[in-house]
Design a binder for this molecule. Structure first.
Ligand code: TEU
Length: 541
């Protein structure tokens, strides 16, 4: 059986602080706001909160551009608020997982301010510089947010590398002093009692820009092992790396059970399955369902016993899953519950992104109402290149990151109870129907369903540690699998679409069974499922 670990048995809830709860009426969520919602989180039953960055930042990329790693941005509160959050959460059995942005800093970080002063400055080498002429960048490496990844600084006659915005210069991990500074900072946070870290784009830190290698550089695992040894390796923390380029092979290194690297990584192979192959996330294609089954199952079996999966549909960069692969119209409630069952039944640590537990949906705003730098750059770039406005908006409505960033829908009062002021981004107009206050009272709500799913993990070890096996790989509507541990067999049956379906299970799985959870009140005839129906059973041995 798998090594037992607290972070395998828990469910993590991601909070995007600027959109969670505002406490002071400035329209931006903050730490006292999060503290005021800890009882809600305790009721849901989660064991850890991953907090998107709250460090000091000019907010060019909503906090993923950090100018002081050891202080809290005044918009979110103070260091004392952060300490209070760690303590108050701890009292409710919830650990705080911080977001570490180690690939780049803000250009307003004192290191970069110094680095830009001269080539001889002791901080110059903290970043990645190349000589060049004003109109010929070192090469054609592109930024994830559009345009060149190189920015010219005339006073130095040099370019610096920024894989994200120009205000996010890449740190130079080849410089041992950079690594030491980072380790000191992480240890400082560990001593404050955080429960773990999510490591932003950690697979980019070992880039070799001259060879146009960005992800998975040759020294990547060496750096991560050093990082772990110098910091979190000494404590029993949850560490999760964001790795867009992970493969099952590399994940077995990142998440080696010997503890030399990280607890687990976020892999994104399933996330790209509704894009035109070889294009970008904005170039839409219908989801290939058979491939989704194959990809998720491959990760289950290839990591089983050798590494540990993270399980997620959503985060602050992704559209809302119920709008994406469920049905946010007629079957919103059923499909949200089905998607939850499918994911939480697998082997790995589930992550719930704020509002997912309410079935919050995507938005369709006019361009003026969006705030995200990636989306706004895309709009400018594509309309500039002659793409029709409607086509660009269709991509934005489907995939824009602001879908996930609209304010949390707490209740039916103005601004969904998120703020008493003007929110930094418009509230989804459906908040009077979809909100936490309604769902807390309703035993059939999506919230109540998540709470039961999360509770189920706590009393069925097979859901946490059991071996996974996919059933019916060729079925075009049904996603079915088993989990087995020491004679306990769990059977998960999900209809991924909105029509009635039938299927045949292998004879060994058709005996007596006990229902653990389902999104319809009564049993369907054996071998059939209703629209978006999900059922989880324990099979009698
Ligand atoms: O995201 C990494 C990243 O590559 C994303 O920008 C992703 O490619 C994009 O959203 C998909 O189009 C991390 C953070 O999660 C993201 O919020 C930050 O903007 C980014 O790093 C830079 O720190």
């Amino acid at each position: 059986m798998e090594h037992q670990k607290w972070w395998k048995e828990t469910v993590v809830y991601q909070i995007y602080p600027r959109s969670y709860q505002d406490s002071d009426g400035d329209g931006i969520g903050d730490l006292p706001g999060v503290i005021s919602r800890l009882d809600y989180l305790a009721e849901l039953g989660i064991g850890a909160v991953w907090l998107s960055p709250v460090s000091k930042s000019p907010q060019d990329d909503n906090g993923y551009d950090i100018s002081d790693y050891r202080d809290i941005d005044p918009m979110f509160g103070t260091l004392a608020d952060m300490e209070r959050l760690i303590e108050e959460a701890g009292r409710r059995g919830i650990k705080i997982v911080m977001d570490l942005v180690l690939n780049h800093s803000s250009d307003e970080h004192p290191w970069f301010v110094e680095a830009k002063k001269s080539r001889a400055n002791p901080f110059h080498d903290y970043y990645v510089w190349r000589d060049g002429d004003p109109d010929s960048p070192p090469n054609d490496l592109g930024s994830v947010f559009g345009g060149s990844a190189w920015q010219y600084v005339p006073e130095l006659g040099q370019y610096y590398l920024h894989l994200f915005s120009v205000k996010q210069p890449d740190l130079n991990w080849e410089n041992p002093r950079v690594r030491e500074e980072i380790y000191d900072m992480i240890n400082w946070w560990i001593d404050k009692g955080v429960g773990g870290f999510r490591l932003d784009v950690i697979d980019l830190i070992a880039k070799e820009p001259d060879r146009k290698i960005t992800g998975n550089g040759p020294k990547l695992h060496e750096y991560i092992r050093e990082l772990s040894r110098a910091t979190f390796g000494r404590a029993d923390l949850l560490t999760v790396g964001e790795t867009w380029g992970a493969t099952p092979e590399s994940a077995r290194l990142y998440s080696n059970p010997d503890g030399s690297e990280l607890s687990m990584v976020f892999q994104f192979e399933h996330i790209g399955l509704d894009e035109k192959e070889g294009w970008s996330k904005w170039d839409l294609a219908p989801l290939d369902f058979l491939k989704l089954k194959a990809v998720l199952s491959k990760w289950q079996t290839e990591l089983g016993g050798k590494a540990w999966n993270s399980l997620f549909w959503n985060n602050h960069d992704l559209p809302r899953i119920v709008s994406r692969w469920g049905d946010d119209g007629e079957y919103r409630v059923q499909s949200a519950k089905m998607l939850a069952t499918l994911l939480h039944g697998m082997q790995g640590t589930p992550y719930v992104y704020q509002g997912e537990e309410l079935g919050m949906t995507n938005v369709r705003y006019p361009i003026e109402d969006y705030r995200d730098i990636e989306l706004l750059n895309l709009y400018k770039e594509r309309t500039g290149r002659g793409y029709p406005h409607d086509e660009v908006m269709a991509s934005i409505h489907a995939k824009g990151r602001d879908n996930a960033r609209t304010p949390m829908q707490w209740d039916a009062s103005p601004q969904a109870g998120f703020t008493s002021g003007e929110p930094w981004i418009r509230v989804n107009p459906n908040y009077s129907e979809i909100n936490a206050a309604e769902q807390l009272k309703d035993p059939d709500s999506i919230f109540s369903y998540y709470r039961r799913l999360i509770a189920l993990r706590k009393d069925r070890k097979a859901i946490v540690y059991g071996d996974y096996e996919l059933l019916l790989p060729e079925h075009r509507d049904v996603f079915a699998y088993t989990r087995r541990l020491d004679g306990d067999t769990i059977l998960v049956l999900c209809n991924f679409y909105g029509a009635h379906v039938s299927f045949d299970l292998p004879g060994t799985l058709t005996g007596d069974r006990q229902l653990l959870i389902a999104n319809y009140a009564d049993e369907p005839p054996r071998g059939t499922l209703r629209p978006y129906e999900a059922r989880m059973y324990a099979l009698q041995a």
